[in-house]
Design a protein around this ligand. Structure first.
Ligand SMILES: O=C(O)c1ccc(O)c(O)c1
Ligand SMILES: [Mg+2]
Length: 650
């Protein structure tokens, strides 16, 4: 698949954008007119720069408001078009995007439109230019891609084809299947954009909220599948109007975009396999149907190393130069110290099958990105996931442009494959044992005999596991993180929620495996707590790790007896809880006494509590009753408000 990206997606000057696109690995770019008009670089130099960078200049755009106009206006529009065709010759470009008219259209006649587009095509032909006509979703008379295509067919000129932009098609809920019947010679260009499903006017939605494929809710693999089946083999180009991307780091955004296309390419191949048309004469040769069906298409689709969803959390890693506060909280929570690593400055703490590595943050273990600006206070630095094959999963992540994390290790030690997530959290790929234990734990404890043998203890007669991890994402990298965990780790994003908090409306996006053995929650980091945004920056926002136990009330009592500092929940909360649920007085009193939060839905009940924050980390203990599948979302505002209050108390 030939990859492309429109310069409008990115921040910076035309030159900076082009360099970032080349570094990220795109084949070509679309030049958005404004980027050229405002540039000091001559068209000839843009052409040379592109050639030097190994980028093709695939599309000049947009040309607006051409069709459905009076003869006077048409004359002016043709003159305007001719100037652009001459410019394109200097740029060495041959395809221009012409949008359906949104502003000056005054005559609603397909005959007239076909005649006018025909005159444009004839002029374009004289200059060796191809016109890709795009139905904008808010076009005055032409806003449906099939309508645009009918006009192209009516004109029937080799210089006129259509541009299919997924946003205009999917935002209007148009069926994409009819694309398959289009002649590939008439599809001049394909643009892809994803978007969250929002209820707002389609123009504002398009201009501000498009996101890269995999970061929204459109069925893009299906859209692409129909395009591939139509026989199109030209560029598949990102055209993302997004307020955040346009002000974010240009190289990073370009890589995010490239990742989205690599992923979309794979998803499209999978869609085609899953939806291979049944052979007319099924039976003989049916076994080869899938591959045969895929190979027939002119567009070659690359795939990636295949991974299943992770089977669970293997461990979480918290890094702190000063570990005292952290050790105290872990002990009070009921974690058992399992010793230090034989050769690295890390400690192992366990509770049941929940394993926590405390990284003392010195160089011997290899510095975590999250801690490179020597910060003494604890922060979540890494997550270990159980996967079928760490090598395959790591190869996949790296093909998706995740930076590898090198780990130094000695002979006879397990080497974790690792890569860095966009927020600099290190993701490690592990192979857990079916019984929930992990072989690498035997590397702990031996060298430091005073701590005794490594072993796993359980709290109050039950099991404990990592239930979920909540990572805060800086606002400008939130979408990138969603795509990252979707594509690299095969986690599925759930519809996001918005939690009111004193620092704003906090976007909260749950990413899960089908069986919920991995639950990862991405929360928007409050602006006031962000002091850095890039990889290697210190995390200053609060994040947490939640552990599930069988009996939260008993666990909470034990924790309290050990002196744990709970996040104190205001009395108003319990009054409201009683009003909403009519709980038994004894139970309500217990909840209040122990600072427990409660939620209930049709599937079950949820009890949880939070610890005070150490550094930027806090912990949560949860008990899921029945089939409760949530996270106590109605309680999140209370948690945010109490934490805010603690941070801002004089
Ligand atoms: O919002 C617009 O005006 C606009 C311009 C060009 C496009 O290709 C497009 O999809 C939208
Ligand atoms: Mg478009």
């Amino acid at each position: 698949m030939r990859t492309g990206i429109a310069t409008v997606c990115l921040s910076g000057t035309l030159k900076e954008k082009m360099q970032a696109c080349a570094i990220a690995g795109f084949d070509g770019i679309e030049i958005f007119e404004q980027d050229l008009v405002t540039s000091p670089v001559t068209p000839e130099d843009v052409r040379k720069m592109a050639a030097d960078l190994g980028l093709t200049l695939d599309l000049y755009q947009p040309f607006r408001d051409f069709d459905s106009v009076s003869e006077d206006l048409l004359t002016a529009n043709l003159r305007r078009a001719e100037a652009k065709f001459k410019l394109m010759a200097r740029l060495g470009m041959d395809t221009i995007l012409v949008c359906s008219n949104v502003a000056t259209a005054s005559i609603d006649s397909d005959d007239l439109r076909a005649e006018q587009l025909g005159r444009l095509a004839a002029l374009a032909g004289d200059y060796g230019v191809k016109v890709a006509y795009e139905a904008l979703a808010w076009g005055k008379y032409v806003n449906d891609y099939e309508h645009a295509h009918r006009l192209v067919e009516a004109v029937d000129h080799p210089s006129l084809g259509t541009c299919l932009d997924s946003f205009h098609i999917l935002s209007r809920n148009w069926d994409t299947a009819p694309i398959e019947a289009f002649s590939p010679e008439k599809i001049f260009f394909v643009q892809v954009a994803d978007a969250p499903k929002l209820s707002m006017d389609v123009l504002s939605w398009s201009r501000h909220y498009r996101v890269f494929p995999g970061e929204g809710q459109f069925e893009l693999a299906k859209f692409m599948g129909h395009i591939v089946r139509a026989g199109y083999s030209g560029p598949v180009s990102l055209e993302i109007f997004n307020d955040v991307f346009r002000q974010s780091d240009v190289e990073r955004t370009a890589v995010d975009g490239m990742r989205s296309l690599i992923w979309l390419e794979e998803q499209s191949a999978k869609w085609l396999e899953a939806n291979a048309p049944a052979l007319a004469a099924a039976g003989a040769g049916a076994v080869g149907t899938v591959t045969a069906a895929r190979r027939r298409y002119p567009m070659e689709l690359a795939t990636l190393p295949q991974v299943a969803e992770p089977a669970g959390y293997n461990f979480a890693e918290v890094k702190a130069a000063d570990t005292k506060g952290l050790e105290t909280v872990l002990g009070q929570l009921g974690f058992e110290f399992n010793g230090r690593h034989r050769t690295k400055d890390v400690q192992l703490w366990t509770m049941g099958h929940a394993r926590l590595i405390v990284n003392e943050g010195s160089s011997a273990s290899g510095d975590n990105l999250a801690g490179t600006t020597a910060d003494a206070s604890p922060a979540i630095a890494g997550l270990g996931f159980d996967v079928d094959s760490p090598v395959i999963a790591s190869a996949r992540a790296q093909q998706l442009k995740a930076p590898a994390v090198p780990r130094k290790s000695q002979a006879n030690e397990e080497v974790f494959q690792g890569f860095a997530a966009p927020d600099s959290t290190e993701i490690f790929l592990c192979q857990g044992s079916p019984d929930g234990t992990a072989a690498w734990t035997s590397e702990f404890g031996e060298a430091a005999s005073e701590f005794g043998e490594g072993r796993e203890v359980s709290p109050a007669g039950g099991t404990a596991v990592i239930d979920h991890v909540n990572l805060a994402q800086p606002w400008q990298h939130f979408d990138e993180a969603v795509l990252f965990y979707t594509s690299a780790l095969a986690l599925a994003p759930q519809p996001f929620a918005e939690v009111p908090s004193p620092t704003g409306l906090v976007r909260s996006q749950v990413m899960v495996t089908g069986d919920r053995s991995v639950r990862l929650v991405l929360n928007l980091a409050p602006l006031t707590q962000q002091d850095g945004s890039g990889a290697g920056q210190r995390k200053t926002y609060q994040e947490h790790i939640a552990f599930a136990v069988d009996d939260l009330v008993t666990t909470a009592r034990d924790c309290k007896a050990r002196g744990l500092e709970f996040l104190e929940i205001p009395a108003n909360y319990y009054e409201d809880l009683d009003a909403r649920f009519g709980l038994a007085p004894d139970f309500l009193a217990t909840l209040q006494e122990l600072n427990l939060l409660y939620d209930r839905d049709a599937d079950g009940e949820f009890l949880h509590f939070y610890t005070a924050t150490v550094g930027s980390v806090f912990f949560e203990m949860v008990e899921r009753r029945g089939n409760y599948d949530g996270y106590g979302a109605p309680n999140a505002p209370v948690r945010h408000a109490v934490q805010y209050d603690l941070l801002h108390r004089p």
